[in-house]
Design a protein around this ligand. Structure first.
Ligand SMILES: C[S@@+](CC[C@H](N)C(=O)[O-])C[C@H]1O[C@@H](n2cnc3c(N)ncnc32)[C@H](O)[C@@H]1O
Length: 136
């Protein structure tokens, strides 16, 4: 079935392939990436971010929301606990026009000294509690 969609594939606007970076996600640890670009747009729109805002993003994952935040805000500080995601984020944005406005911090947001920010955005269903017992 050349070029056809399988039953499991969902329709997506052209040019909007979610970035997964070949990483396997620990769903038991709340790692679900935003795949729907309309949902990403809606979150960003409802958050009321201004072009002058420094944004703190908690748990950027592979950066699907980060990309949009960089488009609308002044700077993004992304705090991510999983080293694999941090590496993927750095790979993804390195050499892009956004790279000098993105600061990636690896660590547990609850234990990290945070720089100044204007607004905080997070897509973390339940894993925000300090996962000292987990294998991050
Ligand atoms: C639901 S995923 C969201 C990924 C991305 N924001 C998106 O919407 O596609 C949650 C992310 O938060 C990270 N995370 C979980 N607990 C955290 C913590 N305490 N501090 C920082 N990051 C955390 C996970 O590793 C994961 O990448």
């Amino acid at each position: 079935m050349a070029g056809g969609k399988t039953k499991k594939e969902k329709a997506r606007p052209a040019g909007h392939t979610p970035y997964q970076g070949g990483i396997s996600f620990h769903k038991s640890k709340g790692q679900h990436i935003l795949k729907n670009p309309l949902l990403v747009d809606s979150i960003v729109q409802k958050s009321g971010i201004k072009s002058t805002d420094v944004i703190l993003e908690i748990g950027p994952g592979t950066g699907n929301l980060t990309k949009k935040l960089l488009e609308v805000g002044k700077r993004v500080i992304a705090v991510e606990i999983d080293a694999r995601m941090v590496l993927e984020l750095q790979r993804r944005f390195q050499g892009t026009p956004h790279s000098n406005r993105l600061q990636v911090i690896q660590g547990d947001v609850l234990k990290t000294e945070l720089p100044y920010f204007d607004i905080c955005v997070a897509n973390i269903p339940y894993q925000i509690s300090s996962p000292s017992h987990s294998s991050y």
